[in-house]
Design a protein around this ligand. Sequence first.
Ligand code: AMP
Ligand code: TRP
Length: 349
Amino acid sequence: MTEAPQTSGTTPAFAPRVFSGIQPSGGLTLGNYLGALKRFVEKQDEGVETIYCLVDLHAITVWQEPAKLRHATREAAAGFLAAGIDPARSILFNQSQVPAHAELAWIFNCVARMGWLSRMTQFKDKAGKNRENASVGLFAYPNLMAADILAYHATHVPVGEDQKQHLELTRDIAIKFNHDYGIEFFPIVEPVIEGAATRVMSLRDGTKKMSKSDPSDMSRINLTDDADAIAQKIRKARTDPDPLPEALDGLSERPEARNLVNIYAALADISPAAVLQDFAGQGFGAFKPALADLAVEKLRPINSEMARLMDDPAEIDRTLGGGAERAEAIARPIVERCFEITGMIRSRG
Ligand code: AMP
Ligand code: TRP
């Protein structure tokens, strides 16, 4: 299976194919939903080929209790399905069931440079002060992410803002591989960072990303939260005493207010400016209940469908297994060809 060389000009050498992943290292948050999942569903519904992966190999770069990892993987799969991913139209699977990811990651460990990885801010944040004690996997994590994407010759990767640097690294790896081996084998991927909520912030601190690993549960909305919990978290979200402004530049110094406006916009599928048109002059006493109602209205169906799906974990596992077989069928020939390009003998019957 040889690829047509990538040409400059108008004919793209690679068919459009979307790939993205989420770590099953805890529950899914509203940040994951708005920054990633909701947009994964939109891509699927546009009719492009879409491949979505629960990246369990990435999750173990920090310690995971095995039983919790299994549960979180199923729950994340349930979240994808409940949010509208259709396993007949998209490929949905967990990473460790397709060996091509780990194989290609090794090749990329030998392509990427120490200096490139040393600049990754996610590693610096996650390793913190105790870098000597971070796993080697945490350092090499972006190479595995590049492998996830490039094992499928994916061209477009929808992610939240925080993944931009990793996608630049993916492009650098593809460029260096193609250059070193003198073949246009890997596509140069396009990050797709779109919408009002590419960076949903913590409800307790508008300068910090909403994260499944924040110690305070009040900082985030989980997709498993019930209506009362959602309403309470929004009611208690940190804000300021001023009314909402007429225009967006009035939010530039008000990170908490801006965050809630962006969340409203993303949930309602309107622009942040349109939210301000409706709420300008009103304080949070009026805005928060409206936001809570909207969040409950949009998240409740997902929440109840997730609970229903989680009643039958064997069915979820079957869906992931079926997705993994389809994923394997795409990735296997690409990784085989990559081994050949690098000079590995492939002579098994
Ligand atoms: P993670 O949970 O770190 O595996 O992230 C999975 C996807 O969700 C990635 O595309 C992230 O960029 C996105 N994501 C995670 N947290 C947020 C957030 N607070 N705002 C927007 N997108 C997010
Ligand atoms: N690194 C991503 C995150 O933490 C998850 C991820 C792994 C990913 N592999 C990927 C995202 C491939 C997009 C494409 O959010």
